[in-house]
Design a protein around this ligand. Structure first.
Ligand code: PFF
Length: 450
């Protein structure tokens, strides 16, 4: 009865907490630890955080639930899920696979920087609180030719090794240990950073909105960040939901994941921005922000070197639990749809992603003069096209698909396990996914691009 729509051989999560940890593992990653603090720094601090929260409530929760429900109902990857319900919608899933592929190709470059910093923290190369020294260490790394490409390759190899381990074995096991450890570490670092002399300024910068800073760019960036951070809009949660069994409480999981994700992003912001003000870094420094500020915090901590090592190691694990989800979306598609061998597919796609990532890495140094979009090199272009265009577009289409094609009644039936679960927010969710979500995304799109 419970397993009514399942193909018998499809793998499943070992436990409910296993799914929540793995889905949070996908959501919590470089998006929270690396991107959120620098996006907040660049987009007006509190103004960005405020807009982020509004979008999170209106669109983030809504789509999280929508994706998981669609995945469990169809028990298929992103493309198969759309196709099963409406044949000519399969391309929307395809858009998601493309987004995953593109994101991972620059994500893995940043993952490589993290691996390099783990090594630096052991060899002692990071011991300073001087913004100039730390800035140079970062710039030397990212602007060189071979070193970042080498570490990008290592990151991709690690990702594909875990994905080859399968769902139960690799992803679930790793998440169970690493996520709680990461949480504890980041709390300790945030406390140290906030209590630095002058750190209060950073807390204010992050949490007190200056309304004059809110403009369409800030709103589009916040929208993109919500999608990126929650792993939404590319079918990742559809694929993860497809491994769920029929008695899981999806509405509950869909609420927990964004809460965990946002909590970690805020903590990362509270670890980075107070240090920015305490040591005199630039809040608008961009992608290097976490790499230059946190070593300064570690230098002011007892056992700072050990802390730096453990922290960057945990960042690596968080990045890996996200990167595996992106690779999984691509692999699940090819294996499910084209019936290719899983091992071969995983290796081939990983290799392709690595090659795509090489220009992104080079654009931080030797290729910095090449622009693809106005003012943007390869790295920034991949980021912009995925976070600010493909993911929100995928989200918009998912809202339309669930609200208007599949139908709210069907979706709620799946979300409540055929009416056996209480989900009192169902009517509100229906309105959000049918009207509020698509209209909000459309307005931001239209105002930003036209
Ligand atoms: N959510 C991840 C992060 O914040 O690092 C990145 C990500 C993973 C985006 C998976 C999209 C995705 F499908």
């Amino acid at each position: 009865m419970e397993n009514r729509n399942q193909t018998p051989e499809r793998e499943q999560w070992g436990s409910k907490i296993g799914f929540i940890l793995a889905a949070s593992g996908s959501a919590v990653g470089l998006g929270n630890l690396w991107k959120f603090p620098y996006m907040a720094g660049k987009n007006g601090g509190g103004a960005f955080v405020l807009v982020y929260f509004i979008i999170l409530f209106l669109v983030g929760f809504t789509l999280m639930l929508g994706e998981i429900v669609l995945g469990r109902h169809t028990q298929l990857n992103a493309i198969g899920a759309y196709r099963k319900i409406r044949k000519n919608w399969a391309w929307v899933g395809g858009l998601g696979v493309l987004a995953g592929f593109l994101i991972l190709s620059f994500y893995s470059v940043v993952g490589g920087w993290v691996i390099n910093y783990i090594i630096k923290s052991v060899t002692g190369g990071l011991y300073s609180s001087d913004p100039k020294v730390l800035g140079n260490i970062f710039n030397d790394l990212v602007s060189s030719t071979m070193t970042p490409i080498f570490y990008h390759a290592i990151f991709m190899v690690l990702t594909f090794i875990i994905v080859l381990g399968g769902i139960g074995g690799g992803i679930e096991k790793a998440s169970k240990i690493m996520m709680p450890a990461l949480f504890i570490m980041i709390v300790i670092i945030a406390i140290r950073s906030m209590t630095l002399p002058g750190g209060v300024e950073g807390i204010k910068y992050l949490l007190v909105p200056d309304f004059s800073k809110i403009n369409m760019d800030v709103i589009l960036n916040a929208l993109g960040q919500v999608f990126f951070s929650l792993s939404l809009g590319m079918g990742c949660m559809i694929t993860y939901g497809s491994y769920l069994n029929k008695d899981t409480n999806i509405p509950q999981s869909a609420a927990i994941i964004p809460l965990v994700d946002t909590g970690i992003a805020l903590l990362a912001g509270l670890a980075v921005l107070p240090a920015v003000f305490a040591f005199g870094f630039e809040p608008e420094a961009g992608p290097g922000l976490i790499f230059v500020t946190l070593p300064a915090v570690f230098s002011q901590m007892p056992l700072g070197g050990l802390f730096a090592f453990m922290f960057f190691l945990l960042v690596l694990f968080a990045a890996l639990t996200s990167s595996i989800s992106m690779l999984e979306v691509c692999v699940a598609y090819v294996v499910d749809e084209w019936k290719w061998n899983r091992k071969f597919t995983t290796i081939l796609i990983s290799l392709a992603i690595f090659i795509m990532g090489v220009p992104a890495s080079l654009s931080m140094g030797p290729w910095s003069h090449i622009t693809i979009l106005p003012g943007k090199g390869f790295f920034d272009t991949y980021d912009y096209i995925t976070s600010n265009i493909l993911l929100p577009l995928g989200g918009l289409l998912l809202c339309i698909f669930i609200g208007w094609i599949w139908g709210i009644d069907q979706a709620v039936k799946e979300a409540t396990n055929n009416g056996t679960l209480k989900f009192s927010l169902a009517p509100m969710w229906g309105v959000l996914i049918k009207y509020v979500g698509p209209i909000a995304i459309l307005i931001v799109f239209i105002r930003s691009f036209i």
